[in-house]
Design a binder for this molecule. Sequence first.
Ligand code: AMP
Ligand code: TRP
Length: 331
Amino acid sequence: MKRKKVVFSGAQPTGSLTLGNYIGALQNWKFLEKEHNCLYCIVDLHSLTVRQDPEEFRKISLSFLAQYLASGLDPEKNIIFFQSHVPQHTELSWILGCNTYVGELNRMTQFKDKSERNRDNVNSGLFTYPVLMAADILLYKTDLVPVGEDQKQHLELTRDIAARFNNLYGETFPIPEIYTPKIGAKIMSLQEPTKKMSKSDENLNSTILLMDSEDIVVKKIKRAVTDSENVIAYRDEQPGIKNLITIYSCLTGLSAEEVVSKYEGKGYGMFKTDTAEVVIEFLRPFRKNYEDYMRNPDFIEKVYKTGAQRAYELAEDTMILVRERMGLIQK
Ligand code: AMP
Ligand code: TRP
């Protein structure tokens, strides 16, 4: 029988999930769960590259798990877990780090951006962040990694590290492929539509959070920056409108062209009102599910404990092979 493909992805538990996270990543996670063996991780160790308040961090991490489930991920079909519960991630990260060049890490644009933004805390974890990400992926012999466009460079590095390891120590890791949505791989900021929508944006009007109330969604979309062309067209010269069309399209399943023709001759005001409505309709069941899960901490705990156990077994199988290949004495 053909081996089912392995899918791995994750998000950092910081702030709150955005519509960009959902459209760029989680929507595909849900789509892939049908026919693949999927692991969806909350990469809490990655979040430690930026200082966290421990009490708050614990709450956010659990809330992320509820947000994964509220997005519709099935905990029976998928392995859903916290990265820090499976110690092989950090073990493999060390080994891969010894096979990654400083020059390669220096080229990572996310490192450059983040060290600019956190000048008082350019720690070595921030620098080796992509190695831990490569370990997350390779630990499960992953074939497909559904992420947004901003993770492309990290994926390329993961592929290079895997190929190098295979060359040096023998075939061990499949070379993972990136899986991005055809449209929506980079949802833009509502305030600066040439920049990606980001959890960590200080301007709250830039970002729609999955947890936003209906009033807030309406306000944010009304205030979204557009242009003075007054035509609803899907083109790079109108990044604000293009972004709203993308959001509309991804949440309704209509193509961008269909959205454009639906609003031919209509004004921005009406288009924004309808886009807000589409977002609200999408968020309504999400919020209801989220609240139900948050009222049920025992269930949440069961999900992450079971997830960690299943992930641990798969991870240990790979590590036995990796330790063998590297010449480490087996336990
Ligand atoms: P992060 O928020 O960095 O933890 O990202 C979690 C996942 O969401 C990754 O797969 C990102 O590529 C994806 N993602 C984050 N922001 C966006 C965005 N604005 N548009 C599309 N995908 C995104
Ligand atoms: N770096 C990713 C982000 O910021 C999160 C991440 C960590 C990840 N490990 C991963 C994504 C492994 C996919 C696979 O979005």
